[in-house]
Design a protein around this ligand. Structure first.
Ligand SMILES: NC(=O)c1ccc[n+]([C@@H]2O[C@H](COP(=O)([O-])OP(=O)(O)OC[C@H]3O[C@@H](n4cnc5c(N)ncnc54)[C@H](OP(=O)(O)O)[C@@H]3O)[C@@H](O)[C@H]2O)c1
Length: 273
């Protein structure tokens, strides 16, 4: 019997890679997508060595524009439609908006909103026909608070949470599970880029950090146990988000952060987020 198929974007590193490895361990065949072909090939080799019954297909594609998304569409329409979509491709832009390369920003918004919605649109009809499937988008705790240096990043994550919440209702007559998973700080390559080189991690207590494997395991478990479309991973992160969403403490905390940030910016001091 043929294995079920999972399409994982952003599989060349971090959370996407951890999903690919996890799904392979559950017996899914994989179609893995990202730009760095060498890393995809390396992952495919490692997975097939560890799970000889699993087939891994790689597709190098840049999903920050129409062409890359259509590449995935063409690949799927000439083969099998996936039973699982994990959309983990993403990157951060840290800095004041007027200083960020506009093209980078355009690609970021496309990748984390348009590509997410269109890929979902592409895989859904086959899932609806089967009345089952899993769609996971990797959002962030950043969806719950918007700060200087991250207004776009937070906004695209809000998009994902909202998108998945509405979609869940649309799919009420099926067993298709949709999830927007919101990790907090996760030990991946995400912050080891030029954009983040001045970010000082030392102010974040250890309890807020997770490994990508922990994020994935919790995300997958929450598809069945206490299912909700928006899932925050990690106890400390959940507590933080609960506090942000509480009617009294939440607005007070956000006002404090905002006031402190604006004060520092007025004085020309660095903002340490
Ligand atoms: N790490 C954290 O603290 C954290 C916290 C909350 C949420 N997240 C979210 O988790 C997701 C995954 O990030 P990560 O932490 O796993 O970081 P990561 O290790 O840098 O992985 C990002 C993945 O996205 C892929 N990607 C980036 N741009 C792409 C593009 N234009 N086209 C196709 N693929 C692209 C990268 O592959 P290529 O470079 O090979 O294309 C890589 O596989 C992101 O959406 C991020 O916002 C991360």
């Amino acid at each position: 019997m043929k294995n079920r198929l999972a399409l994982v974007t952003g599989a060349s590193s971090g959370i996407g890679k951890a999903y690919a490895e996890y799904l392979a361990s559950l017996g899914y065949d994989l179609l893995i997508v990202a730009r760095r072909e060498n890393l995809l090939s390396e992952l495919a080799g490692n997975i097939t060595e560890k799970h000889p019954g699993v087939n891994v297909d790689i597709l190098p594609a840049d999903l920050s524009g129409h062409e890359g998304v259509m590449k995935v569409k063409d690949k799927l329409s000439s083969g099998t439609m996936p039973d699982v979509l994990v959309n983990a491709a993403g990157f951060g832009t840290r800095g004041f908006l007027h200083e960020i390369d506009p093209e980078l920003l355009e690609g970021q918004v496309y990748l984390m909103t348009v590509a997410a919605a269109v890929l979902t649109r592409i895989v859904l009809p086959a899932m609806i026909e089967r009345k089952e499937g899993v769609i996971i988008h990797v959002s962030s705790v950043a969806a719950f608070i918007s700060t200087a240096q991250y207004p776009v990043y937070s906004a695209v994550k809000v998009f994902l949470n909202s998108f998945v919440t509405g979609l869940r209702d649309e799919l009420a007559a099926t067993d298709i599970k949709v999830q927007s998973v919101c990790p907090g700080l996760t030990r991946t390559g995400f912050m080891y880029t030029d954009q983040y080189k001045e970010f000082d991690y030392s102010f974040v207590p250890d309890k807020y950090w997770m490994d990508p494997e922990e994020v994935v395991e919790e995300s997958w478990k929450r598809l069945t146990k206490n299912y909700k479309p928006v899932v925050v991973t990690g106890r400390s992160n959940r507590f933080f988000v609960k506090m942000l969403s509480s009617p009294f403490i939440g607005p007070m905390f956000k006002r404090r952060i905002s006031r402190r940030t604006r004060k520092r910016i007025k004085k020309g001091l660095p903002v340490n987020f």
